[in-house]
Design a protein around this ligand. Structure first.
Ligand code: PGA
Length: 251
């Protein structure tokens, strides 16, 4: 059985004061024990979030990591081994904001994915189509291509220790959510694509949905058979709302 996961992507939000408040709120949550919970703060706050959440059943991850796993001369970057040293467990790879705003390509993302695994971090590979691509009927083709970029280079076993987040770009931060059925259709296609290579890996990998998830729509989304939880942006900045989403994922 796949364990459900609910992860909060704080993006480029937070001040020392608001992060302290959020940590307090998270510490106060009563969490179901059948859900893995994680938060992805800005790099600047990772250390304080890890310290602040000590003893709470919440993992901390990074929103990005360097293309190299070890330390070195790479100004401005943070390596996955440094993140491990800080206490991180996970890292987002290929969030659409990095693909589309910063122009990160598959080749760079593959290096980040591999560096993360080499250091012992679990990569959360984010994939998803734009509105234009959906309207052109290219959704499945796009996510298949994004997934194949990893499979072609590292093989299907790369997903033994990875999480996949399907995030339709048109649903991110827009208030538009994919309907549970729309999301389920894509998740099922992703799992089928993986199963063509290895059904055990396909059955084991967690597929999170992301894109305007909130407490009000979480139960319906998480009840779909191939949706194993969510990657939550805006709603994860409010501890009570995030807590309600986590409870929606529990049984
Ligand atoms: P959102 O963001 O929940 O604010 O739509 C999700 C994400 O980008 O991970």
């Amino acid at each position: 059985m796949r364990r459900t996961m609910v992860a909060g992507n704080w993006k480029m939000h937070g001040t020392r004061a608001s992060v302290a408040e959020l940590i307090d709120g998270l510490r106060g949550l009563v969490l179901p024990n059948d859900v893995d919970v994680a938060v992805f703060p800005p790099q600047l706050f990772i250390d304080r979030v890890i310290k602040g959440l000590q003893g709470a059943p919440i993992s901390v991850g990074a929103q990005d990591a360097a293309v190299e796993s070890g330390q070195g001369a790479l100004t401005g970057e943070i390596s996955s081994s440094q993140l491990v040293d800080a206490g991180c467990k996970l890292v987002l790879v290929g969030h659409s904001e990095r693909r589309l705003i910063l122009g990160e390509q598959d080749e760079t993302l593959n290096r980040k994915f591999a560096a993360a695994q080499a250091s012992g971090l679990t990569p959360v590979l984010c994939i998803g189509e734009t509105l234009e691509q959906r309207e052109a009927g290219q959704t499945l083709e796009v996510v298949e291509r994004q997934l194949n970029a990893v499979i072609d280079e590292f093989g299907i076993d790369a997903f033994v220790n990875a999480v996949i987040a399907y995030e339709p770009v048109w649903a991110i931060g827009t208030g538009l959510t994919a309907s549970p059925q729309q999301a389920q259709d894509v998740h099922a296609a992703i799992r089928a694509q993986l199963a063509q290579k290895n059904s055990e890996v396909a059955q084991g990998v967690r597929l999170l949905y992301g894109g305007s998830v909130k407490a009000a729509n979480a139960v319906e989304l998480f009840s779909m058979p191939d949706i194993d939880g969510g990657l939550i942006g805006g709603a994860s900045l409010n501890a009570d709302e995030f807590g309600a989403i986590i409870r929606a994922a529990g049984n």
